[in-house]
Design a protein around this ligand. Structure first.
Ligand code: CP
Ligand code: NVA
Length: 323
């Protein structure tokens, strides 16, 4: 988005957060800086729902639409809004009228008359885009079958608070080239780090995401060999072998394909000695990752989960023009 489009979007009440390759690198940096600043300012506060001192979103309402399960995204967005001085309402997709034929565009127009921003977790990415097109308030991608941008902001925040700037570092992704992996690819290009994806051929990241990486000269590579990806890695990441959109009948085939990509202690030994381990969670212990790594000294998974809260604040304040 250029400055003119950005100003126009804000004037129209819309600064969507749809994908990491749509915001500028400078905006992503501003979001991360604001997230870290707010986290530091609250250090030691016990009361989760007590607002940040400046409460920049006082009086604002976020609607959260969920068509899939969630623990972290739901709780962290809710708390983030409360701490920013605002409030949320949770809408279960199955109970909304679009499940009975109302269009997404009409839903967007109606919700825009009530609330200040909309977060949606859904299946088809096009549904997110349709909602964003028709909404007159900012729309946030809380995960689609294709991407999960809010997650990767939290991951970068976590990496940088433990290891310094991610720029120039190497990240190894092991396993399914899924929605979380796609947002990692976008982040590699936007924040200038190397990403090596090790995955089976049939579970490679989507072609258009790889094309974007190639076009923007992002340092992204795809290999079948986990050791090649792990060599020299400063961060090792994996995700569930069955995403919420994957049909149950593919479970055995996927497990067979993905078992060579399990993150175990031997895999971590191939990476740099101080390499961190991350997982967006929920994890399936004993499948994509073993307990010794999840609970090991280099695991950052629970800091990563906490940082969803802090990173959502950056996203919300950016969307609503408070940074
Ligand atoms: N990582 C993540 O998005 O978790 P939830 O599915 O619990 O929201
Ligand atoms: N890839 C996972 C991420 C869950 C947060 C899924 O889509 O189910």
């Amino acid at each position: 988005m250029n400055a003119q489009e950005d100003a126009a979007g804000l004037a129209a009440g819309r600064r969507h957060f749809l994908d990491l390759n749509e915001a500028s690198s400078a905006d992503l940096r501003a979001i991360l800086t604001d997230s870290a600043r707010r986290k530091a300012a609250r250090a030691g506060w016990g009361a989760a729902a007590a607002p940040d001192e400046d409460a920049p979103l006082k009086g604002k309402m976020l609607a959260m639409i969920f068509e899939k399960s969630s623990t972290r995204t739901r709780v962290s967005f809710d708390l983030a809004m409360r701490q920013l001085g605002g409030a949320t309402m949770v809408l279960n997709g199955a109970e909304m009228q679009f499940g009975r034929g109302e269009t997404i565009a009409d839903t967007a127009r109606v919700l825009s008359r009530y609330v200040d921003a909309i977060m949606i977790r859904t299946f088809e990415h096009d549904k997110l885009l349709e909602l964003a097109e028709a909404a007159t308030v900012p729309v946030i991608n809380g995960l689609t079958d294709k991407t999960h941008p809010c997650q990767i902001l939290a991951d970068v925040l976590t990496f940088e608070e433990k290891r310094g700037p991610i720029r120039g570092k190497k990240v190894a992704w092991l396993g399914d080239g899924n929605n979380v992996c796609a947002s990692f690819i976008h982040a590699a290009g936007q924040l200038d780090f190397e990403l090596a994806v090790a995955c089976p051929a049939s579970l490679s990241p989507e072609r258009d995401v790889l094309d974007w990486a190639e076009k923007t000269q992002a340092r992204v590579s795809v290999t079948r060999d986990p050791a090649e990806a792990l060599m020299g890695a400063d961060l090792v990441v994996t995700d569930s072998w069955m995403s919420m959109h994957d049909p149950e009948h593919t479970r055995i085939r996927r497990h067979n394909l993905l078992s060579p990509y399990q993150v175990d202690e031997k895999a971590m030994q191939v990476a740099n000695p101080d390499a961190l381990f991350m997982h967006c969670l929920p994890a399936h212990r004993g499948e994509e990752v073993v307990n010794a790594v999840m609970d090991g000294p280099n695991s950052a998974v629970f800091d990563e989960a906490e940082n969803r809260l802090h990173a959502q604040k950056g996203v919300l304040t950016w969307c609503l023009g408070a940074i």
